[in-house]
Design a protein around this ligand. Structure first.
Ligand code: NAD
Length: 355
């Protein structure tokens, strides 16, 4: 199994090295090769996604990514900015399926803005289609309004569209993810108003015939938004389009109140994926040894589960993370009175010890 390690900028190298330490402690041999990306890629090779880095990512079975970006690159022209690296990787690797779990460990229930009884023990997964929908549909732009009461005025317009194959492949990702969890899938749409999402609902229903072991239900996006803050624990896996997923996954992430804890995965059609924490490069705390490495360590666990077919090893890492939290160890971002404050490397060491 070959893993491309792309630490990136800011806290990226500090947190990725902890995840590598944890992978090395599993007692398996992974081939790991590191390459620069983002600002580090620009410094080393003059481009945020150097050719060698992209070639390594393509050749690997999975990519473990830290974070990219720093204010010092803000004056570069857009194609050379660090954030372009992640867009380039998504496009070149065909990563259309975004998996974002929102997990709230009972020990951290106080970090959420919701009542502890509503969110404690929360464990849901949002599967967001990443490369289609109204964000990419053509035509789009500003034109003269052709009819209606505002005829002749300027109007902005976009095109919402999904091809059948695009819906089928994200539905397969979602059903398979549900099979690896609680075997329940909620497809979120707006079929009562939008043709695109009536079509989405029909195709997801059709794909369901291949996954009889998974229970499928459908929910309108407005109701899903309400249920996410009312009773989020009733969900297992949610699948939805690019725009609805963009909004719902951020809302779900904030249920947990701790950005340093949330992993993510972006998958292609063969379950090859890029794994990264949901947060950015946190330049404000880079180099201080206080960043929370758990989102990256949990991203490595997702990599083992979804791309490397090592579900048992993924379980081991997730249990080890639970154990260090139960021991009361906290990096400053999740620190509460009565717990023990530790740094980035100490947290990584504690997860290794718990393994
Ligand atoms: P950010 O997520 O980097 O930081 C937001 C806040 O959360 C900061 O106060 C930071 O210190 C804190 N934080 C983030 N991760 C943490 C961790 N692991 N442990 C403890 N605290 C943590 O978002 P931002 O400040 O808006 O962006 C900083 C840079 O990151 C920008 O250049 C942005 O473009 C980039 N960014 C990159 C990615 C990515 O690489 N995928 C995603 C988002 C933002």
């Amino acid at each position: 199994m070959k893993i491309a390690i792309l630490p990136g900028d800011g806290i990226g190298p500090e947190i990725v090295s902890q995840a590598v330490k944890v992978l090395n402690a599993l007692g398996e041999t992974f081939e790991m090769e590191t390459a620069p990306v983002g600002g580090a890629g620009y410094e080393a090779k003059g481009h945020p996604l150097p050719e060698e880095t992209l070639a390594l990512a393509k050749a690997a079975d999975a990519v473990l990514f830290g974070a990219v970006g720093d204010w010092k690159y803000d004056t570069l022209e857009r194609p050379l900015r660090p954030e372009q690296a992640i867009l380039g990787l998504r496009k070149n690797l065909g990563l259309f399926g975004n998996l974002r779990p929102a997990i709230l460990y009972p020990e951290l229930a106080g970090a959420s803005t919701l009542k502890p009884e509503v969110v404690s023990g929360l464990d849901i997964l949002i599967v967001r289609e990443l490369t289609g929908d109204i964000y990419f549909g053509q035509p789009r732009g500003v034109r003269e309004c052709p009819d209606g009461p505002f005829k002749g005025q300027r109007e902005g317009f976009d095109t919402m569209r999904y091809a059948e194959g695009e819906i089928r492949r994200i539905a397969h990702v979602a059903f398979q993810a549900a099979q690896k969890r609680g075997k329940r899938l909620t497809s979120v749409d707006k079929a009562n108003v939008l043709e695109t999402f009536q079509f989405w609902k029909d195709i997801v229903t059709d794909v369901h015939r291949e996954y009889p072991d998974v229970a499928l239900d459908h929910m309108y996006v407005d109701n899903a938004a309400m249920q996410l803050v009312r009773a989020p624990k009733k969900f297992d896996v949610i699948v939805t389009g690019n725009m609805f997923g963009d909004i719902l996954s951020d809302a779900a992430a904030m249920l947990t109140g701790s950005i340093g804890m949330l992993p993510s995965a972006s998958l292609d059609a063969n379950n090859k994926g890029l794994y990264e924490p949901s947060h950015g490069s946190a330049p404000d705390i880079a180099g201080k040894g206080i960043a929370n490495p758990l989102a990256t360590i949990l991203s490595a666990a997702m990599m083992l589960r979804y791309s490397l077919n090592r579900a048992e090893q993924a379980d081991r890492i997730e249990s080890a993370v639970k154990k260090v939290l139960a021991q009361g160890l906290r990096t400053p971002d999740i620190y509460q009175e009565g717990t023990t404050k530790v740094g980035t490397a100490q947290m990584g060491d504690a997860v290794v010890a718990a393994l």
